[in-house]
Every structure is written in structure tokens, then in C-alpha cells.
Ligand binder design. Sequence first.
Ligand code: ADP
Length: 254
Amino acid sequence: MEKKNKDQKLIDKKGLRVDGRKTDELRPIKFEIGLLNKANGSAYIEQGKNKIIAAVYGPRETHPRHRALRDKALLRCRYHMAPFSVEERKRPAPSRREIELSKVIGDALEAAVFVELYPRTSIDVFIEVLQSDGGSRGASISAASLALADAGIPLRDLVAACAAGKVDGQIVLDLNDIEDKFGEADLPVALMPQSGSVSLLQMDGNLSQKEFEKAFKLALDGCHQIHDLQKRALRDKYSVKNEVLEDLKGQKEG
Ligand code: ADP
């Protein structure tokens, strides 16, 4: 983690943050879809310094069998931080935080999946955080939802997620690790943009009602921006490229 001394401000006189962003700016985001051959679906996200891979298996037979659900697929999620993903040594055993995040990320994703179409099966979502820098639950959800789409699993919508919060008394979008640690509040949100449904809302720290409303709106704006990037990543991966179309046309005419 970057170090911060006691008197260092998290927002400077020009209104810029420790990484040079404006208060309402997301970190740079990059998606890659379908990078793992063995999984049914996969996606990778870089959001600032976060680097996260999501892999999806299923719908497939449930093991152990007694966990299968009669009326819908069992969506299981494992969020795991690689021991080398943070500067301090991270114990390899699942932490309470990883167990909590696995649960809330799974719930945020399940809201978008037509689980009722696949009774008795399981859909397994594995999330590996290779490098972590704040806001990893949101980035994990955005990547995992693309991995579900890549697996061909019918979805009501993509789920886009990011946090807003309060730093040096100001409401900011997409907190990095240092802002998360030394800021006043963090509000992660996951959104299904077509319906406007929110499938994750957590809060850490203190916000007044007015601040909460401002932060919530800012987080939703961030989710909409991420949704546009998700759609673009899917189009880049799956739309038939113009050159291919030209080739096919050429073959037909020839
Ligand atoms: P999120 O990643 O969604 O913001 P938290 O607010 O719980 O989740 O964590 C904030 C950040 O703290 C993480 O992104 C990570 O960079 C850091 N962090 C979490 N767990 C550890 C750990 N065991 N050791 C060092 N840093 C950690």
C-alpha cells in the first residue's frame, strides 16, 4: 500500500486526489473477455491497480448432491485474494472478509441470473484477486457478470458495480486503497442498469443523509459508465468484425 503521512491531504487545493483524479472520476478500466480455455466463461478487469480474474463453470451437476436446489440453480461464489495481492502478508486461509465478500458478490450476481431455468444444477463463480487496491468487490462483480455472459448464461442484465465515498470531507467516486483506508466513508453499489435495480449496497463509515444521497447518486453514475464499458467489451469480443463480413461477401461474389 502507498504510504500517507499524517498531515498529507487526500485532496489537494486544486481539488485533485492522490492519483490525480477529479472527485467524480473513475480509475482507468480495462476488460478482457474469454481469456481462460477451461472455464465456461471468464473475464479479467483492471480498475486502477486492481487486477482481477473471474471464471464461471456451469450450469453443471451439483456436488455435493444434497446441496442442489429443487427449483433453481445454486449460484456459488468464491472471492479469493492471492497471497501476493497486497503488500502485507495475507494469510492463505479464507478470511472472514473473503467469506463475507463471497456471499455479497454471489447475491449481487444472482439477482441478474435466470437461475429458475436450471433447477438442481450449480453455477460456480471463482474470483481471483491478483492485485488489490481498494474497491475490489465492485470490480469483481463487474468482471464476474461479464464472465457469466461469456458462459452463455441467460441474464436479465449485466451487473455493474463501483463505490463512492467521502474523503477529506468531499464526496468522491471509486475510492482507491489509500482513500478507502484513510477516508471517512465507503459506499459500494452494484446496479442492473436496464431495470435500475440495485443488487448490492453496503456502507462503511459515516455519512449524513444528504451526503449519502450524493454519494449514492455518484456511485450509480459510475455504474452506468462501467456498464457502457462492459457492453463495449462484449461487442469487441462477439460482434463479427467488418473484415470478416467483407471476406464472406467476397467469397460469395467470387
Ligand atoms: P474492497 O476491496 O471492496 O474496497 P475492503 O473495503 O474490505 O474491500 O478493502 C479495501 C482494500 O483493503 C482492499 O481492496 C485491499 O487493497 C485492502 N486489503 C484488504 N484485505 C487486506 C489484507 N488482508 N491485507 C492488506 N490489505 C488488504
